[in-house]
Design a binder for this molecule. Structure first.
Ligand code: TYD
Ligand code: MG
Length: 435
């Protein structure tokens, strides 16, 4: 017996309908072939753990340390890597650079967006030799698969998944069913050729993969390239990684010849710092196995019209609201009629609570118009009572701050004998020390 399935919501029906009674969509119900209920040879699927060959997950270094760290060591063949990011951020550039560094493996670049000429121009700009590279300007997945079978590349680039179509499915490119079907085809070919497939996906302004959020379940690794396209720094993070952790971040500088690895982010982030102005403070943040210093800036000015503005770049807006409330309630700062802007210099999105103290102190300093001693670095989580709480990887942060020449550190109370580390119990104590 065959069943009828809605291609929009996956609801199943015993007979055909013009409109799906689950999601209300018209003309989306299609017949699906008979599903076999008989299970044969299930013994073949049972595996003894002792027989699993670990060699299978052998990782090939890409040669770009910042990428390898995020990937958890390197590329695993027979896998799918989704690279997401907003248009213009540098996805095509990064994938070209990774493929170039992945040594002598034949590369196959499929583009549904750009011509061979355009891709070649970019490769020339990046100084990539095109030996061993093939290009196909195509969006029909069946044609792509047939070409891949013929040329048997080891590194496959699909730029982008939103432009690929599976002709048997009657919906537009970029539609969820299209994306799902094309990705499963790519998974099959990755296994057959024992190749790695880089799938580029566009992310909308709101930060979700346009349409195919479901795509994330179909791939092994999800990477996001973040940053502000009008600024120079780019950050690579893993949203999912079947072969490693997801908390590492790779830092790049977009220049004339592509993405350059930033080996020492602290120095670059602090390079143009003007520490004499109020509202600026440095925080050692921790991303995965690394710590680096970022400058937190605050600007506080009297609201001239309407509601006070709260704006933030690189720091969570809800968290900012909370810190402002703590400053009002626990530290008696009259911020109710002040516009407050926060900026994490360099374009990094900081997601850890250790930055709270920096943001709180930057606001206090800006409000009082009293600069913070430029040789001080601060970190700590701020609680609702204004208390400063301990954070992870304290030693790493302290080490990085001292290494970069900071003379004093304001930190949560810990077990430090070092007099250069000033331990504070609450936000008031920290403000008294600094501004
Ligand atoms: P691109 O990789 O095309 O972005 P995406 O594939 O994410 O849309 O590159 C984006 C921008 O990067 C482009 O506007 C030009 C700039 N760029 C450089 O600054 N230097 C370079 O070497 C290259 C190749 C691009
Ligand atoms: Mg592109």
């Amino acid at each position: 017996m065959s069943i009828f399935v809605c291609s929009k919501c996956d609801a199943q029906f015993p007979k055909w309908l013009g409109q799906c009674s689950q999601c209300g969509a018209w003309g989306t119900i299609m017949e699906k072939g008979e599903e076999s209920t008989e299970i044969k040879n299930f013994n073949n699927q049972v595996i003894d753990f002792n027989q699993i060959n670990q060699e299978k997950f052998f990782k090939i270094k890409t040669g770009l340390n910042e990428v390898d760290r995020v990937l958890g060591g390197g590329i695993v063949f027979e896998s799918l890597i989704l690279l997401g990011g907003q248009p213009g951020i540098g996805k095509s550039t990064l994938v070209l650079q990774i493929a170039d560094k992945s040594a002598n493996h034949p590369v196959f670049y499929v583009s549904g967006e750009e011509s061979a000429q355009q891709v070649k121009t970019r490769m020339d700009r990046l100084n990539i030799s095109s030996n061993n590279w093939k290009f196909l300007g195509e969006s029909d997945i069946n044609v792509i698969i047939a070409s891949l079978k013929r040329f048997k590349p080891k590194v496959i680039i699909i730029d982008s998944i939103q432009t690929m179509v599976f002709p048997e499915i009657a919906s537009e490119a970029g539609n969820i069913n299209q994306v799902r079907a094309c990705t499963s085809k790519l998974r099959e070919i990755a296994q057959e050729l024992k190749a790695v497939v880089f799938i580029i996906g566009h992310v909308t302004k709101e930060g979700v993969m346009a349409g195919p959020k479901t795509l994330e379940h179909l791939v092994d690794i999800v990477l996001y390239l973040e940053g502000d396209p009008s600024h120079r720094f780019r950050f690579l993070r893993a949203g999912k990684n079947r072969f490693g952790s997801t908390n590492e971040v790779g830092v790049f500088d977009m220049g004339q010849t592509g993405l350059m690895e930033v080996v020492n982010p602290s120095e670059i982030f602090l390079a143009n710092r003007n520490a004499e102005i109020s509202g600026s403070v440095v925080v050692p943040v921790v991303e995965g196995s690394r710590s680096f210093l970022v400058e937190v800036q605050a600007l506080v000015s009297r609201t001239s019209f309407g509601y006070p503005q709260r704006k933030s770049t690189g720091f969570d807006l809800n968290r900012l609201g909370l810190l402002i409330a703590v400053l009002i309630k626990r530290c008696n700062f009259n911020l109710a009629n002040q516009d407050i802007h926060i900026n994490i210099v360099g374009g990094l999105q900081v997601r850890e609570p250790a930055v709270d103290l920096g943001v709180g102190l930057a606001i206090a300093s800006a409000f009082k118009n009293s600069p913070i001693n430029p040789e001080i670095a601060v970190f700590g989580e701020v609680g609702l009572g204004g208390e400063i709480r301990g954070v992870k990887a304290t030693e790493k942060r302290i080490k990085e701050a001292f290494k970069l020449g900071f003379k004093k550190i304001i930190s949560p109370v810990g077990d430090f004998a070092e007099t250069k580390i000033i331990q504070v119990k609450n936000l008031n104590e920290a403000i008294a020390q600094l501004c």
